[in-house]
Design a protein. Structure first.
Ligand code: IFM
Length: 405
């Protein structure tokens, strides 16, 4: 048996668009129709049922919860802020606090207001100023109630899916645009980091802890040949560490938020730079169990990723880790095996402060719609009834005792 520290944060994560429902002013809403995707529609109706959902989280012994603020609700038209939406999120945060659950708040989780996308989205140099204006409003309203913030969720996934691979709105396929979005998001993070610290000082509130949620894969070679070793080293730097190097140099991280799901298996057959950076294994070299979406389940990769962060000497919060599956036993095995690897990294000196399972409940998995089931809580999308899964009950024991067998 392994034992986690007493003050560890245990809980789950969600994002506004994926659970709230009816986010009609967000750019994903018209895109789902345009692209012929499954519609997010009422989602889990969490916007209405958050109190009931937080009762369930509390009954499952969670002491932390990550959620996101929907920018398109706060600022449905450029420069027009909705007092009602701001109040809603104050109520949501207070609902967590009153249940003894630490809120961890994300400001941008993949969706943008339609007006923002129409004015050029994250490619536009004005995007940083627009995002900061929204963050200013939200920070001033929530600062008295929130200590932990994530500025942007998975910027590398956002810019690669939306601007490089053309899989998400606005479906661009442009290296130059991808680079602009990356640069603007990095600048936005740094700007918000400084803004938040300034506002907390002005309001005389103890300094917040600010980070972003970084999607990290375990990047491993099929074999130890020279090409694969070189490709692994290049990709670890480019995909996993480059953005952290940049933000730690700018002194714009109080902790590191890690989203970990799977591995990236490198198998390179030429010295061409494109292959070195992108070629992955197409054979069945090292088969592993897969989740519902076909992603490899690779728990030891979480320890690998965490150990790569040791050099930054910052606390780490696992902001997401989870599995979509129709077999709930697999979910519990996934949680257990990943927690063992979190503990292994901690025993080798990584300061991990918390673990948030993705997700508290089944939800809208972007372009894949509602089929993938990530939740600790099952959602019946016809009745919106919630059912606590067995894995959630087992995880609840971990949250209560800090012990993992
Ligand atoms: O559902 C997503 C989430 O929005 C961001 N991280 C990965 C999850 C699973 O794909």
């Amino acid at each position: 048996m392994i034992q986690f520290p007493n003050n560890f944060y245990w809980g789950a994560a969600t994002s506004s668009y994926q659970v709230e429902g009816n986010n009609v002013n967000a750019d994903w809403w018209p895109w789902e129709i345009l692209a012929g995707k499954e519609k997010s529609g009422p989602a889990c109706r969490h916007y209405e049922f958050y109190e009931q959902d937080f009762d369930l989280a509390k009954s499952l012994n969670h002491n932390a919860h990550r959620l996101s603020i929907e920018w398109s609700r706060i600022e449905p038209k450029e420069g027009e802020f909705s007092g009602q939406a701001v109040q809603h999120y104050i109520d949501v945060i207070k609902a967590l606090r009153s249940r003894g659950i630490e809120p961890m708040v994300t400001l941008h989780h993949f969706t943008n207001p339609i007006w923002f996308s129409d004015s050029g989205g994250w490619v536009d140099p004005g995007s940083v100023k627009r995002f900061l204006r929204y963050c200013d409003v939200v920070t001033r309203a929530l600062a008295p109630h929130v200590h932990f913030w994530f500025t942007i969720n998975e910027p590398t996934i956002y810019f690669s899916h939306a601007y490089l691979w053309g899989m998400w709105p606005p479906q661009a396929r442009s290296f130059l645009k991808t680079r602009s979005v990356r640069d603007n998001m990095v600048d936005a993070h740094i700007g918000v980091y400084r803004l938040m610290h300034k506002i907390y000082k002005e309001l005389n509130i103890p300094s917040p802890s600010v980070s972003f949620a970084h999607h990290m894969q375990a990047i491993v070679g099929c074999d130890q040949g020279l090409k694969n070793r070189l490709a692994v080293a290049m990709r670890v730097q480019l995909y996993n560490l480059e953005i952290l190097d940049h933000l730690t140099k700018a002194k714009a991280l109080d902790f590191i938020g890690v989203n970990y799901y799977s591995r990236h298996l490198v198998d390179v057959h030429s010295w061409w730079i494109g292959d070195l950076l992108m070629q992955t294994c197409k054979d069945n070299h090292h088969p592993l169990k897969k989740n519902f979406l076909g992603w490899d389940i690779y728990p030891e990769g979480l320890a690998l990723v965490l150990l790569s962060l040791k050099k930054y000497n910052l606390p780490v919060i696992i902001a997401e880790n989870g599995i979509c599956t129709t077999d709930d036993n697999e979910r519990w095995e996934y949680i257990q095996s990943h927690l063992r690897n979190v503990h292994r990294a901690m025993s080798q000196g990584v300061n991990v402060a918390g673990y948030l399972y993705w997700s508290l409940m089944d939800n809208f998995e972007w372009a894949y719609g509602y089929a993938p089931r990530f939740g600790l809580i099952e959602i019946d999308y016809n009745t919106h009834l919630r059912t606590v899964r067995e894995s959630a009950k087992k995880y609840a024991d971990v949250c209560r005792t800090g012990a993992v067998t």
